[in-house]
Design a protein around this ligand. Structure first.
Ligand code: NAD
Length: 366
């Protein structure tokens, strides 16, 4: 058994102050000395349904960082489910530790027991640092898990559905910016051609887009160049490239003051979570620059829609059809943002919160 050491932060965690600020319902700390499990499950809001969100395993620099991450991610899940019209709440879990060293069958199963103790209020899935195999272990202890392999009745890899949703968001953005949703001949750069990005390359290639890609993985770059005629861009050059659409599909927090200033495109629409380094500040900056920003938590919701389908009885066709709604929702957010003079991420958050508030009202009578 290997145990995880994690430093307590120098200052007090101010637990309730943090949870008050983010308005979380419940935060559960899970500890097991035998397996070395140290996990935090954050349930942000269950007005619309059980809180669904993946389990991230990460070697956090300290406990404060783990708590901050799980609170931020679980809140994001509430908005993602709400804006996508799903009857799901928002939650997320983090396991503190190095996935390559500290993970074991026993640890994942112990984590599954903690999930089971929440009696269906939290449903987990894979995320960064966890795999479908880990979810099989979790599933040995609880049914409150999705993202299982197709052989076990699950939906398998959600990435193609996520890519399809991003593609829908891109087309809606093109409709708003150019009056036509055709991507034929549009210059599109995709940063990060991993599971989602490569599917996206394929989709926009089929429509006749001119594609540029960047990645730190040379094999992926070669694949995109050889199979889809993509031009390869290195380093930060991608930010200043003259483009129609820039699609961040690698890392979160990549849109900051410096590179927003460099952007030379009309639309930003990609899969990465939490793209805006400082949500309000950078959302405003993009708006003032006259660019359209497709809210990330809306257009990357295909994966969540896919696992929701697994929760209610898996059907990939239904999941794809529901993902198509991202097109209309993106347009309605652009219209709301224009009408209210606000940036699009803010408009999307307001719309998501409104659905939660409206349904809370519905449930106020017996
Ligand atoms: P992935 O790990 O398969 O792909 C990420 C790719 O980005 C990799 O190819 C990696 O080499 C590349 N990359 C890393 N650093 C880079 C850098 N500095 N510059 C350029 N490329 C870099 O991940 P994924 O599943 O494709 O997810 C991509 C993004 O979309 C992530 O932010 C993820 O959180 C988000 N997302 C994914 C899904 C899904 O269904 N997989 C759903 C919602 C959101």
């Amino acid at each position: 058994m290997s145990t995880t050491t994690v430093k307590a932060h120098d200052t007090d965690l101010n637990l309730f102050a943090q949870i008050n600020t983010t308005n979380h319902e419940q935060v559960v700390f899970c500890n097991d000395n035998a397996t070395g499990l140290k996990a935090i499950i954050a349930i942000h809001n269950t007005v619309l349904g059980p809180g669904l969100g993946g389990t991230r395993m990460w070697n956090y620099k300290d406990e404060a960082a783990a708590l901050k991450d799980v609170l931020r991610l679980s809140r994001g899940m509430t908005y993602k489910a709400a804006i996508s019209g799903l009857n799901l709440g928002g939650a997320k879990a983090v396991i503190i530790g190095d996935a390559s060293k500290h993970k074991s069958e026993a640890l994942m199963r112990k984590f599954g027991r903690f999930v089971e103790n929440l009696n269906g209020k939290y449903i987990t899935a894979e995320d960064v640092g966890t795999t479908t195999k880990d979810m099989e272990y979790v599933n040995m202890e609880t049914d409150s898990v999705v993202g299982l392999p197709e052989s076990m009745g699950g939906g398998g890899d959600p990435s193609p559905v996520t890519a399809y949703g991003v593609y829908m968001g891109m087309k809606a953005s093109a409709k708003k910016a150019y009056g036509s949703d055709s991507l034929k001949g549009k210059k599109i750069a995709i940063q990060g051609i991993g599971k989602v990005g490569m599917h996206l390359v394929e989709l926009v290639h089929k429509e006749g887009a001119e594609i540029y890609v960047s990645d730190i993985n040379d094999i992926s770059l070669k694949h995109a160049a050889d199979n889809f005629g993509a031009g390869v861009v290195t380093g930060n050059d991608i930010y200043s490239l003259g483009l129609d659409i820039f699609a961040p599909c690698a890392l979160g927090g990549i849109l900051n003051t410096e590179n927003i200033n460099s952007l030379n495109c009309s639309i930003v629409a990609g899969a990465a979570n939490n793209q805006l380094a400082i949500e309000d500040e950078h959302g405003k900056m993009i708006k003032e620059k006259g660019l359209l920003y497709a809210p990330d938590f809306l257009i990357n919701a295909g994966g969540l829609i896919n696992v929701y389908s697994e929760y209610i009885g898996y059907n990939r066709e239904n999941a794809m059809r529901d993902t198509e709604n991202i097109y209309d929702t993106t347009l309605s957010i652009y219209n709301l943002a224009e009408e209210k003079g606000m940036h699009t991420q803010k408009a999307a958050t307001i719309l998501a919160q409104k659905r939660v508030d409206d349904i809370l009202g519905v449930q106020s009578t017996f």
